[in-house]
Design a protein around this ligand. Structure first.
Ligand SMILES: O=C(O)CCC(=O)C(=O)O
Ligand SMILES: [Fe+2]
Length: 256
């Protein structure tokens, strides 16, 4: 089916129909195409850990609806996806991002058999504080992580651009060039004890959808509970949260 597909899927779900009706333009029925990850411009790296960097993974026609339907969290950071926070286009995108087809395509590129068998946890970020982005590997409860960026533009700065790193103590020891968090850029990596990544401090709007394939359903419930608590905490104490780590070092790291 074409990426800006005109053909109807076998079972159109309510979010897709709502997105179509609202957009009043071309029906965007296929937001993600698993084959797009196989294009030659996708960078696939296996050492020191497996990751991929892909561009142009979202259709141009979907920019407006994905923009308006993005959740409006009052605080900075990643929060567990809740359908009520998002408009139809974002919910439809998340359905695709967590589908076995996309998991299979990402897993194949990262050398992970049957990635689709693992439970997914989706978290979404609309804005960052300067404390975010310190170097880390992601926690052991994750098999793999994908980050899909949705920013219409990005300033001419390294701040907030994702870096895959060789070590925990240097934000400059990069494996490949940093990735601007622009609309349609997608990265994914296999979590390991050396899957170091992070970015220079950035404060302000920075839209990202994160999918983690987790080791178990228990981890999913635990992380979801923790994420909801953090959302409430930040709502109440957002100013404190902003101040914590506002002056963090560029090379700072955290466990997780
Ligand atoms: O937002 C990003 O680019 C990276 C986020 C991240 O690594 C995380 O939340 O674990
Ligand atoms: Fe991470």
């Amino acid at each position: 089916m074409p990426r800006d597909g005109v053909a109807l899927p076998a079972l159109p779900n309510p979010d897709r129909i709502a997105a179509f009706v609202r957009s009043g333009t071309l029906p965007v029925l296929n937001l993600l195409d698993p084959h797009a990850l196989e294009r030659p411009d996708t960078v696939v790296v296996s050492e020191p850990f497996a990751f991929l960097v892909a561009h142009g993974q979202l259709p141009e026609a979907a920019r407006p609806s994905l923009g308006t339907d993005f959740p409006r969290y009052p605080s900075a950071g990643f929060f567990p996806h809740e359908r009520v926070d998002c408009g139809a286009a974002i919910n439809a995108l998340i359905d695709e991002l967590t589908s076995p087809a996309i998991a299979g395509a990402i897993g194949r590129r990262l050398g992970i058999a049957n990635l689709g068998q693992y439970p997914t946890l989706v978290t979404i970020c609309r804005a960052l504080n300067r404390r975010h982005g310190t170097i880390h590997t992601d926690s052991r409860s994750k098999i793999a992580t994908a980050l899909l960026y949705l920013n219409e533009s990005w300033p001419e700065t390294s701040a907030g651009c994702l870096r895959f790193l060789r070590r925990a103590d240097s934000i400059d020891d990069q494996v490949t060039p940093e990735i601007k968090p622009l609309y349609g850029n997608l990265v994914a990596f296999r979590r390991s004890d050396c899957s170091f990544h992070g970015h220079l401090p950035y404060e302000g709007e920075r839209r990202v959808i994160q999918v983690a394939w987790l080791t178990s359903e228990e981890e999913k419930s635990r992380k979801t509970r923790r994420g909801r608590f953090s959302r409430l905490f930040k709502k109440l104490f957002g100013a404190i949260d902003r101040r914590i780590g506002a002056g963090r070092r560029d090379d700072a790291s955290h466990l997780d």
